[in-house]
Ligand binder design. Structure first.
Ligand code: FAD
Ligand code: MLT
Ligand code: ZN
Length: 473
């Protein structure tokens, strides 16, 4: 290690103490992304500050020494956004030790949580106080408040509560020069010039470091009803969504689509996964209704709408959860989708969105195009149909080498994106850009939009030390 590295590490060790600085093999879990796409990650050190002040001091020291920094929360990024490159020059800064819920207020319906609070913990703390923090996604046991805000995560309940951005009222952050910005305002209305808080949300750690957030809470549901339905085709799934939305939009907490391709990988590969229907089908939807209104009669609503849709030939079969355990079992089938694909070999993810009305066309056209591109490949579309975000993923052909398949990743993404572009959609709905999709930014966001992003980056982080190589080409 050269003298400059030794001196910056000494400085950082003085700021965070011995338990706050990791090196050698202790760094391993911080260097590889969840999908294992980049196993070449190397870092000068992993830093785990315990407070906003410590983090600010560390950032100032790194800026003075010209050391690039990679913010990391739960490291569940689907686009390799939270891991360092192979240079060994970057420092990973983890929020693991900044994990306090600072305050909760059930009159204002707000919670102030530090960046390292695990999403599931935030949900539990809110529930114990008699309120709901509604953001929900498969990685909620590991993903953090700082991470979900930095990626503007969506997940299962966007259709009802919006993305992470809509659940955020204010932020505290360490800016790229190390200054602490306290914007933890808990206001529903705050029009005071450019909204810095909204710039940091979705910036994937390229414009500063979120250290805490003021979050919105909601009333806890008094009634919940969940069903898994086998449906005729993609159009029938969409029509069923419309039936529920037209009957009681406020009751639809989640509406998730799962193709046979994706559901059957879960049933075939995830231990203990069982289908609560008489037989396998070509398409499935999970309907989740919830209401805080007493006497909402959601069970009756679920039965009525499913019966109407059955009569119309759209729904072929349905299982209605009779207990909390059955609700959880149906949800587990959906949440194991990423794991099912991981267990079934290599897969390429296409996290795309289109206007809700175009979802069936997008799924059909993309699936056909993918099969033609790579014969024998298995399209596994599934996801958040109610908000137009489908994971148009592709599993490798059974007889193809995984590495050879992954080498085609960009062809596969381009193939889906072509259809998505024609339908007025986006190439990145909820996972972000990270390291994987930077080369798509020019063609999708080039011109005024990308120029403004680059100017903002330059203004806030002139040395380019915050998460370099991510988001911007
Ligand atoms: P990390 O992965 O650690 O980081 C994500 C990005 O944010 C990186 O660019 C990192 O540098 C930056 N960052 C992290 N913390 C901070 C901070 N405090 N300040 C500034 N920048 C920071 N995503 C969805 O949107 N919807 C889903 O339904 C969904 N399902 C998933 C299911 C599974 C099984 C998995 C593994 C992932 C899923 N994801 C989903 C993706 C992932 O969980 C989200 O992107 C999540 O928001 C990342 O949180 P994290 O704490 O793990 O962040
Ligand atoms: C999910 O919704 O389960 C993830 O965001 C999708 C994925 O793994 O592609
Ligand atoms: Zn998703």
């Amino acid at each position: 290690m050269n003298a400059i590295n030794t001196s910056i590490l000494d400085t950082l060790a003085r700021i965070v103490g011995p338990s706050g600085l990791l090196g050698g093999s202790d760094m391993a879990p911080y260097l590889t992304d969840w999908r294992n796409l980049y196993s070449d990650g190397a870092a000068l050190a992993v830093l785990r500050p315990a407070s906003t002040q410590e983090l600010s001091d560390c950032v100032k020291a790194c800026v003075a020494a010209g050391v690039p920094m990679v913010p990391q929360g739960g490291n569940t990024s689907m686009v390799a956004g939270a891991t360092p490159d192979a240079s060994g020059r970057q420092i990973v800064i983890s929020t693991q030790r900044m994990n306090r819920v600072r305050a909760i207020d059930t009159m204002d319906m707000t919670m102030v949580a530090e960046a390292g609070v695990i999403l599931k913990t935030a949900q539990d703390v809110a529930r114990e106080a008699g309120a709901l923090f509604p953001l929900s996604l498969g990685a909620e046991g590991s993903a953090t408040i700082g991470g979900v805000l930095s990626t503007n995560a969506g997940g299962n309940t966007t259709v009802r509560y919006g993305n992470a951005r809509e659940l955020m009222l204010g932020l505290e952050a360490v800016m790229p020069d190390g200054t602490i910005w306290n914007g933890l305002r808990r206001l529903r209305k705050d029009n005071t010039g450019y909204a810095l808080r909204h710039l940091l949300v979705g910036a994937e750690g390229t414009l500063g470091f979120i250290t805490a957030a003021a979050l919105r809470l909601f009333p806890l549901p008094r009634e919940e009803a969940v069903a898994l339905a086998a449906v005729r085709d993609e159009e029938a799934a969409l029509s069923l969504f419309r039936r529920f939305r037209d009957r009681d939009e406020s009751a639809v907490r989640a509406f998730e689509y799962m193709s046979a391709g994706s559901m059957h990988l879960v049933l075939d590969h995830v231990p203990g996964a069982t289908l609560p229907l008489a037989q396998r089908a070509g398409h499935y939807v999970l309907i989740d209704l919830a209401s805080s209104r007493p006497g909402a009669e959601l069970r009756a609503l679920l039965e009525e709408v499913l019966a109407e849709a059955m009569e119309a030939g759209e729904v072929l079969d349905a299982a209605l959860a009779e207990s909390g355990a059955q609700r959880a079992a149906i949800w587990r089938l959906r949440e194991e989708h990423p794991e099912g694909q991981k267990l079934a070999g290599a897969s390429v993810k296409n996290d795309v969105s289109v206007p809700v009305s175009k979802v069936p066309e997008m799924i059909r056209r993309s699936s056909d195009a993918l099969r033609a591109l790579i014969p024998g490949s298995r399209p596994v579309p599934f996801g958040h149909m109610g908000d137009g975000n489908i994971h148009m993923n592709l599993a490798q052909p059974l007889d193809m080498d995984a590495k050879a398949f992954l080498e085609r990743s960009h062809d596969i993404m381009d193939c889906v994106n072509e259809v998505v572009r024609e339908l007025g959609g986006s190439f990145s709905a909820e996972h972000g850009i990270g390291r994987i999709k930077t080369d798509m930014m020019e063609s999708w966001r080039g011109g005024a939009e990308l120029a403004a992003m680059q100017a903002i980056k330059k203004a806030l982080d002139p040395k380019g030390l915050f998460n370099p190589g991510k988001v911007l080409p």
